[in-house]
Design a binder for this molecule. Structure first.
Ligand SMILES: *Cc1c(COP(=O)(O)O)cnc(C)c1O
Length: 445
């Protein structure tokens, strides 16, 4: 076995050894064991502060293993549109999903068949660009995402990609420079997809700048989709964006997958025919059912749930800052989203810090921040945290000081992560219910 692998060869070798030393049934049991270990640790004993991760409600999680997920239903909704017979209940579920998504995002059109937001962005590039077209997108050090860059879906379409200019000090789009460069480049699309996202983006200003030559603004709201649906962030489709793509499993707190939303009828055919038959065939109807329920939860609980996520992010930022951990955008109140970004250069950088915190059951991720160069990719200076899961566990602003103290004990006071881990577990173990859903209702005061 000497084929090159991009995966860590020692982890693969361990799996091979397990398989070779047991029966197929034993191998299946090894899979179940690893799933259980994750559930016991990440699911019950950790404070999960990963910004792109959200816990689903019990009903949404249950639907992910529903019988309907074993049925084949490719194509568009409706008796004539489907290749297969017997899909009338599947049509019902999918139609409910589409209409609930439209209602949650206050828009005219939605599609539910995307396995990830990555494919939502691929849909945009497939539907609206030709090879050689010019597009402007956000570079990664300022929070951009690979899906809109040369190494992602945008790159596979063969478009020419230009950077949206950012001000390195404020992390904002440099609008003057953008206007100048956009006029020179005349991009067909401007795509803002921010994985590091603290404040609303100048959608209207940018959309107005590119309008004279028919340029379209695309808002890749993978992270912000829930905040948008919950009315706690800017509403891109109302500010001039032609299309909103989003992850269903980030702030939206549904099953991991994608959503795409738009208002103009002229976009409907290009978008929906890019999804089927190009990017999705059997699109996991169990996931669609789960997405529909998540959208209903958003309609009922979204405003309050998303507002609490933002309040908790601001409180966590302040509490970290007060304990000697520098946090970006302190002068602007730290955040208007679910994210908090710390500069942990002084504590060994993002990679080291994230692994030290994980040893204390505090799960975060390393992140590029301004000042880092592409060479710092593997060892950037930033640490990204998000408040989705801790909010859905029912925690409020005052609890953020407790969490910041755990983090500061590891980073600032240099305590052994194993000691802090015991206290994190004691804090987390009594918290096992997720709120803001029809199963458990509102958090208990
Ligand atoms: C996470 C992310 C994506 C990809 O979303 P998936 O649902 O994981 O496929 C796309 N764009 C941005 C900006 C992201 O942060």
């Amino acid at each position: 076995m000497s084929q090159p692998e991009v995966h860590d060869p020692t982890v693969l070798a361990h799996a091979r050894a397990l398989i070779e030393h047991t029966s197929p049934a034993g191998a299946a049991q090894e899979v179940l064991n690893a799933v259980s270990r994750n559930e016991e640790w990440r699911g019950k004993r950790c404070l999960n502060l990963l910004a792109p991760e959200a816990p689903t409600s019990p009903t949404v999680r249950r639907l992910l293993s529903a019988e309907i997920g074993t049925r084949a239903a490719e194509g568009h909704i409706g008796r004539v549109n489907r290749w297969f017979a017997g899909t009338q209940y599947i049509d019902e579920v999918e139609a409910l999903c589409v209409e609930l998504l439209k209602k949650a995002f206050r828009c005219n059109y939605a599609d539910h068949r995307l396995m990830g937001s990555m494919l939502g962005n691929m849909t945009v590039y497939h539907a609206l660009t030709q090879p050689g077209d010019r597009v402007m997108t956000a570079p990664q050090p300022f929070g951009g995402h690979s899906s809109n860059r040369a190494d992602g879906p945008a790159g596979t379409r063969g478009v020419e990609i230009f950077d949206i200019p950012f001000d390195p000090a404020t992390l904002e789009v440099d609008l003057d420079k953008f206007e100048e460069e956009a006029q020179r480049i005349q991009p067909k699309l401007v795509v803002m997809g921010m994985s590091m996202t603290l404040f609303p983006l100048p959608v209207k200003e940018m959309a107005d700048i590119i309008a004279p030559w028919g340029g379209q603004f695309i808002y890749d709201g993978a992270h912000q989709a829930g905040l948008i649906a919950g009315g706690q962030f800017q509403d891109p489709l109302r500010e001039g964006a032609a299309i909103l793509t989003g992850s269903a499993g980030k702030t939206f707190s549904g099953p991991q997958s994608g959503m795409i939303l738009w208002n103009s009828p002229t976009l409907t055919e290009p978008i929906t025919t890019a999804i089927f038959p190009v990017l999705a065939a059997t699109h996991q109807v169990n996931r669609v059912a789960a997405l529909a329920v998540a959208a209903a939860e958003m309609l009922e609980f979204g405003q309050v749930y998303m507002a609490q996520i933002v309040k908790n992010a601001q409180a966590l930022g302040r509490a970290l800052d007060e304990r000697g951990i520098p946090v970006l955008a302190a002068e602007r109140g730290y955040s208007r989203s679910h994210q908090v970004i710390a500069n942990v250069r002084a504590f060994g950088g993002g990679l080291d810090v994230a692994h030290r915190l994980a040893a204390a059951n505090l799960i975060t991720n390393k992140n590029l921040i301004p000042g880092d160069t592409p060479a710092d990719w593997d060892r950037p200076s930033g640490l990204r945290m998000g408040t989705i899961e801790i909010t859905r566990l029912g925690l409020m602003e005052a609890d953020m000081a407790t969490i910041a103290e755990f983090i500061a004990r590891v980073l600032v006071k240099g305590e052994d992560p194993a000691t802090v881990q015991k206290d994190v577990e004691a804090f987390r173990l009594p918290l096992q219910d997720f709120y803001y859903n029809f199963d458990n209702g509102w958090p208990k005061p």
